[in-house]
Write a protein that binds this ligand. Structure first.
Ligand code: ADP
Length: 287
């Protein structure tokens, strides 16, 4: 009897020992897996940082010579440099000038994107007048609408605050991008810019009577390099960076950007911003 008890105790002890050993082994394996995951994450973060830094440096370096090409060809075309062309060379210089402008735009987009991604974007938080900004956008973009014979309507809610705090330059990039898209993707009808306001927010609404955006594309068009489909690029050009940058800028300002659309009828993009922006750490907001 005593022997049987002893034997059972022995079995129990051995069972406990093997259990403890298995737990220790499993704990070791889990720790190892956790350390490996942490190391992989550190490498991924470092790679992302290096990529953004590389893009920022490259864009900056490319901008300087491109500015020179654009600047000097503009001077030549304006006749200020005392350079004379015949009709053919004039056309060539015009092409160089137009393409350098396009390339500069692209480089600036890359620079914006890489600055945002690396958390190095510093947005201003200064007072500006939304009404005056809208008038400038109208002036800047109105000619494009005229060229395509589109109506361009601007309406400003009388309750819009006299001044709001924020980064006017960044917001102008957002608005001009939405407006130039609206014009680009509209063949007939109109494009409208509306400023609206309620208690604690104000909105920039850009609508058009253009080709519209299919349901499945309404989210991914805000991702980098995404366009509705391949035919968009063939027909309208563009890079698919504008909305990605616009969304990041708007989020950094504590706002949102949304789209409503009907294929063949048109689209409306709405940027909603807090009426007074509190100072905040942009890098944190983007993360
Ligand atoms: P890009 O205009 O350079 O292609 P964006 O990021 O500004 O890049 O826009 C991404 C895509 O979203 C466009 O290529 C187009 O397919 C679609 N899109 C944007 N705005 C409009 C609009 N107003 N009407 C129709 N499609 C639009």
């Amino acid at each position: 009897m005593a022997e049987a008890v002893q034997e059972r105790e022995q079995v129990l002890v051995e069972f406990n020992e093997s259990l403890e050993q298995r737990i220790a082994e499993r704990t070791f394996e889990l720790r190892q897996a956790r350390d490996e995951a942490l190391a992989a994450q550190r490498i991924a973060n470092e790679n992302a940082r290096l990529k953004s830094e590389f893009l920022a440096t490259m864009s900056h370096e490319l901008r300087t010579p491109m500015n020179a090409i654009e600047g000097f060809t503009s001077i030549m075309l304006s006749g200020m440099g005392g350079v004379e062309f015949n009709e053919k060379t004039g056309r060539y210089v015009q092409r160089v000038n137009a393409n350098s402008k396009r390339l500069l735009g692209l480089i600036n987009d890359f620079l914006d994107l890489s600055r945002i991604e690396s958390g190095r974007l510093e947005l201003a938080n200064l007072p500006f007048s939304p009404r005056d900004a809208a008038m400038r956008w109208k002036e800047e973009i109105g000619v494009l609408a005229q060229k395509k014979n589109l109506n361009f309507e601007v309406s400003i809610d009388p309750d819009i605050p006299e001044t709001v705090r924020g980064d006017e330059e960044a917001l102008s990039k957002v608005a001009l991008n939405l407006l130039s898209n609206a014009i680009k993707f509209t063949e007939t009808g109109s494009v409208a810019l509306k400023l609206e306001s309620d208690d604690d927010a104000w909105r920039i609404e850009v609508s058009d009577t253009g080709i519209g955006i299919p349901m499945h594309a309404r989210e991914f068009i805000f991702e980098e390099f995404r366009q509705v489909d391949q035919s968009t690029k063939r027909k309208y050009g563009g890079t698919g960076l504008g909305l990605a940058i616009a969304q990041r800028f708007v989020r950094s300002m504590g706002g949102t950007i949304t789209v409503k659309s009907e294929v063949g009828q048109g689209s409306t993009f709405t940027v909603t911003l807090p009426a007074t922006r509190e100072p905040e750490n942009v890098a944190e907001v983007i993360a």
